[in-house]
Design a protein around this ligand. Sequence first.
Ligand code: GLU
Length: 480
Amino acid sequence: MGARLVNQGSIRYALSMTVTVRFAPSPTGRIHIGNARTALFNWLFALKNKGRFIQRFDDTDVARSTQENADPIFPDATDYQSKRFDIYDAAVERLKKAGLLYPCYETPEELDLRRKIRRTRGLPPVYGREALKLSAQEIANHEADGRRPHWRFLLPNFSSDPQEPERTEIRWDDLVRGEETVDLASVSDPVLVREDGTYLYTLPSVVDDIDMGVTHVIRGDDHVTNTGVQIAIFKALGAEPPAFGHHNLLTTTTGEGLSKRTGSLSIESLREKGVEPMAVASLAVLIGTSENVEAVPTLAELAERFDPAATSKSAAKFDPDELFALNRTLLHRMPFAQAQDRLQLLGIAGEQAEPFWNAVRGNIDRLPDAVFWWRVLREGPQSTPELSDDDRDFLRHSFDLLPEEPWDAAVWKEWTGRIREATDRKGKALFMPLRLVLTGLSSGRSLQIYCRCWVGKERWPDDPDLPVGVRFPLDGSGLL
Ligand code: GLU
């Protein structure tokens, strides 16, 4: 097509070095599941390739970045751009010397007007490089007027005259999207330094990636065009660009983008709601891929499944309900050893803790819900159930039918079998009053109770004949 080709994908070069990735959020709001997804893609990529993972805060936007939002997730591997201005200043000098960074004095209003004029002339609404035509005198006049310049990078999209840009393809082999192309003639020369001397994200990101030996940049597909520009900056600084991968973004169920500023769906709020980290990780990584979304218990197993190229190109809808379903599945399968420390912090400890966990894990939505059942089993129901007179009679009769002690694992079956034979009740009519009197609840999934047993030590205050404390042996089971 006669287009100029500036760069070929650098993946072969990158793979010959230690794989180094980075997660580089701007700390302008709480990290949400979409950001966590980018972090996980990088983390799993590093894990799979025995590489390095760097966390970096892109906090050059001093006005919008806050320390509260920049608490390191990985304290030993965290860098802050705000502490690295010296190396960005050196890169600026290098670009200026090469004539690739030029001062511009337009105000936002002037730029806006120019864009409108270009549109009415049928030209692309990109910056027309008017500042390149300023004479030394005009620049001196601007300075004398107290105007400070912002600085633009001269994109390599022309043969000899910058005023005559031509189609210039930057190509790379995207880790997620396959072959990608950005035409540099369709992009404005990016502003790298603001009037007040502060940096936009574009240059520091490239300088850091070079300085930190980043080999693979995996980020959201809102950065695709930016990658075309940044590849040109890597080249201008004499560096080989890393490999790039751009994953699809998450939206809410109604199709809106997730925002760091609203705080909804922030990782923090999910943690507060008791969502397991692996539920978040499983959904974040498997959503919008050709893989089934299911609960994966460890990051190592998730890394096995992770294939950036299997991620779809279109946005994926994130449904929090799916997260809670995964959470339940993870808990239902969670071995005691994995839950033990957290249960202990909740006061669930001692020799009953393990059989208790094995019994209760199938019945809870969040791990802290176990506390409720621990209390039920140790102290009896936490609320007084409403029982009809019929049910009371039925229960009194049922407790008379309890098998003789000592009890073993078969006691529950034996007892309910006896009740079935001796009364005209079965199914719900039989189990519901038992559930009510033993747990205080009228609903819930099946509850396996494995606990010490004793009968009749505690009684309902309003019905002293009705025992509440039926507790089955550690190896016994009750299906309520
Ligand atoms: N700070 C950028 C962002 O949050 C990082 C993009 C990148 O990974 O280069 O979008």
